[in-house]
Design a protein around this ligand. Sequence first.
Ligand SMILES: NC(=O)c1ccc[n+]([C@@H]2O[C@H](COP(=O)([O-])OP(=O)(O)OC[C@H]3O[C@@H](n4cnc5c(N)ncnc54)[C@H](O)[C@@H]3O)[C@@H](O)[C@H]2O)c1
Length: 322
Amino acid sequence: MSLRIGIVGCGGIGRTHMQAWITAGYRPVAVCDAIASVAHSLAPLSDATVYPDAATLFANAQLDIVSICTPPALHAELVIKALDHHIAVLCEKPMAMTLAECDAMIAAATRNQTLLSVGFCHRYQPHVEVMKSEIESGAIGEIIMFRNRFAGHMPHVEQRWFSNPALSGGGVMVDTCVHSVDMFRNLIGDVSRVHASAVTRTTTLGPALQVEDSAIITLTSTDGVLGVIEASWRTPPGEWVVSVYGTAGSLTLDYDTMQLWHCDVHGTKQQLAVPDGDRFVNEVAHIAACVREHTDPRVSMADGRAACDILERAMRSAQREE
Ligand SMILES: NC(=O)c1ccc[n+]([C@@H]2O[C@H](COP(=O)([O-])OP(=O)(O)OC[C@H]3O[C@@H](n4cnc5c(N)ncnc54)[C@H](O)[C@@H]3O)[C@@H](O)[C@H]2O)c1
């Protein structure tokens, strides 16, 4: 069964989705962007038709699946419109700006019996898949702690929608920690306690923002595993690392080198073999398979909402700290 794919929002991640769909063997047939020239620069990659806006695209392109790749403020409205046209949706993270929006999106997917998944791409990263199976096999014993730092420097963030709370819903917590929170839920389990601290200030890299540029979130799982999440837009050169520590060793994934290491109780390190694969290609291929086979996606609507819920609690905690 050939599938008709569309992309709404043709900026940074829209381009990544286009390339992923093509690599996975699909040629998106329809694109649109609020800035027409941006859509026209992406469309030739798959000879896609450029539509003037999302409503026209949903009504006319006869899509099976759409990638929603706009800033978060547009997610709920666009996703609900797509679902009401019975188009399956892969919505970029974060799922939405509020839990009420998440609930409205879930209601739309349910009443239309149409797939809705959220772009937690790290779940499809082969290294993370190996980490998960190692944890589940007991390779590092009983899990005690989790640590994830996704941090670097986002140049000129003060000039982009990322730092405009009306479009983003928040700063680095919403943008980056949303991946980390889902990583914790994927590798460790459900969250019971949430605590956070966040800052923004004028530095040599730019002015203070209306949203936080650096944050720490601590999580406690329902099983008592402790997690530390660190994120920043203003700490060059950057560090992208996730570690899980157990009673019989630890696992560390370094995204800079794309190496996964196992460390045993004696401190002996061994690099683990990981199958080839790109997380975005694996993600879209999975969504296509779910639509073809009428199966549930790996990232559920509830997963998308749960991450938003934890972030809301983290933001409230950080505000209490001020
Ligand atoms: N999964 C990941 O690793 C990852 C990485 C980057 C961004 N994202 C997410 O993807 C989304 C987009 O981020 P980005 O970095 O691509 O931003 P971007 O600014 O590069 O692109 C967003 C595009 O959406 C367009 N747009 C805005 N309103 C629109 C509308 N109503 N209809 C159609 N197009 C519209 C803009 O003109 C812009 O071209 C955000 O939710 C972001 O958090 C996810």
